[in-house]
Design a protein around this ligand. Structure first.
Ligand code: SAM
Ligand code: SF4
Length: 440
């Protein structure tokens, strides 16, 4: 009999993609996805501990599912960064929890579920795996694939930025063999996927440890040759590793979309040094200059942290100044939160909450204006849109993205899904564009 699994996902695209991989792994154990936890035989909470907020949400999620465990005996598991970090402590703290599966233990998920189902055991798997079995290809069997798909090309990180927990919960940088990636993308395109987004914490470090086989731009060139694939994206790049060769790929590769996510974290050299980021504001700005020279229409987005320990008003001013010089298309901004085990957790000059909040609000207000202005510039222009599906707002509309990753809604029929459509932009909003399809 078919069983049902409900997965609740917190955090970044990497976690979203891990959830997709979990669904693929559980297909072979006869589990199909449900969007309703009350219908589920198995509930998995896929967690993130990169910042404070998503970490707290995990506890309240588990609280919500407790009743289902008591009433129906639903199996409950925690996966992802919090699972990796807390391990057995989580099983001790949450008596109704059945499974804790760490970031490298994903392939063990089906056998862990069986141990709970048939042996009534509680399972905790949090060993790091230096062989990288967790990176092995898991292809979708009967699961429907959409128009676009994420593909993990590497896991972990070697950078050890002072604020960041990723190297501790995801382990060291490990790249997948390029042949695995190429055949996965080929398989996906044969099933109808038109766009892939290559995922890693630091994709431009791709290839380290693969014995000089290939670097990241080489991988892009190889994927570019695949028939049926229309668009390639990637995230995230580290400014210190952004090579000239990668920048040139934006000129040479037609399928590579004109968008780069390049977190800068702070505009102050003093803070960048304390963060252990490995670049200065000058080199960051120089890289942006090179990108814009090679590809003038490129959209640039980034992450920034306010209130890192020791950040003074002058440092924050430098962050605003860098934003003013770059004029980002969009920005993901966060208040610094202490992460256990990281270097910055020991810094004694923590910034008070009120100052952090004030800086964040000011920065976000400025960026909102810039994002809207950048969208307004597109009013009247014709954009290539890959149609992803029906719009949630209106039944008559379809929705898709421009090459620069902006959401566009327009009047259109179901048969446009999966197609590249030329759309004239008629209205700009802060988070999306409205348009009308034009015939070429
Ligand atoms: N690897 C990417 C890089 O180096 O830019 C970022 C990965 S991290 C998962 C995503 C973002 O979370 C970071 O760019 C940073 O802005 C934010 N972040 C990480 N740790 C944080 C912390 N302790 N407090 C606030 N924001 C944090
Ligand atoms: Fe974290 Fe820095 Fe690695 Fe990004 S590069 S994942 S911020 S340690």
């Amino acid at each position: 009999m078919q069983k049902r699994v409900y997965i609740e996902t917190y955090g970044c695209q990497m976690n979203e993609h891990d959830s997709e991989r979990m669904l693929r792994l559980l297909e072979s154990s006869n589990y199909a996805e449900t969007k309703d936890p009350r219908q589920a035989d198995l509930i998995l909470v896929n967690t993130c501990s990169v910042r404070e907020k998503p970490e707290h949400k995990v506890c309240s999620a588990l609280g919500r599912f407790r009743r289902l465990k008591e009433e129906k005996g639903t199996i409950i598991g925690v996966t992802g960064c919090v699972a990796q970090q807390e391990g057995h402590r989580l099983l001790d703290r949450v008596p109704y929890l059945d499974m804790v599966i760490g970031t490298h233990a994903l392939p063990l998920l089906p056998s862990a579920v069986q141990k709970v189902e048939f042996l009534g055991q509680r399972v905790c798997e949090t060993n790091f795996d230096p062989e990288g079995a967790y990176l092995q290809t898991v292809l979708p069997q009967s699961l429907p694939v959409g128009v676009k798909s994420y593909v993990t090309i590497m896991q972990g990180c070697d950078h050890f930025c002072a604020f960041c927990v990723v190297p501790y919960v995801r382990g060291r940088e490990k790249s997948r063999p390029s042949s695995d990636i190429v055949s996965e993308v080929d398989h996906l395109t044969q099933q109808g996927v038109k766009e892939v987004c290559l995922l890693g914490q630091n994709v431009n470090g791709y290839g380290k440890g693969l014995k000089g086989e290939i670097d990241f731009p080489d991988l892009l060139y190889r994927l570019h040759d695949l028939e049926g694939l229309e668009r390639i994206r990637f995230t995230t790049s580290h400014p210190a590793d952004l090579s000239e060769k990668l920048i040139q790929s934006f000129r040479d590769l037609k399928k590579l979309c004109e968008h780069i996510h390049l977190p800068f974290q702070s505009g102050s050299n003093r803070i960048l040094k304390r963060m252990h980021r490995g670049y200065t504001r000058e080199t960051y700005l120089e890289r942006i200059g090179c990108l814009r020279e090679v590809c003038p229409s490129i959209a640039i987005t980034a992450d920034v942290i306010v209130g890192f320990p020791g950040e003074e008003e002058e440092d924050f001013e430098q962050t605003l100044d860098l934003m003013d010089r770059v004029r980002f298309d969009d920005l993901f901004s966060f208040k610094y939160s202490i992460r256990k085990g990281t270097r910055a957790a020991q810094f004694t000059d923590q910034v008070d909450e009120e100052a952090k909040q004030k800086r964040l609000a000011l920065l976000q207000g400025i960026q909102r204006e810039v994002t809207l202005q950048k969208n307004q510039i597109l009013d009247g222009s014709v954009q290539e849109v890959l149609v992803e599906g029906r719009s949630k707002q209106s039944e008559r509309d379809v929705t898709g993205r421009t090459r620069t990753n902006r959401v566009v809604n327009f009047d259109g029929t179901q048969d446009l899904i999966g197609k590249l459509v030329s759309v004239r932009i008629t209205k700009a909003y802060p988070h999306s564009l409205r348009g009308e399809a034009i015939s070429d």
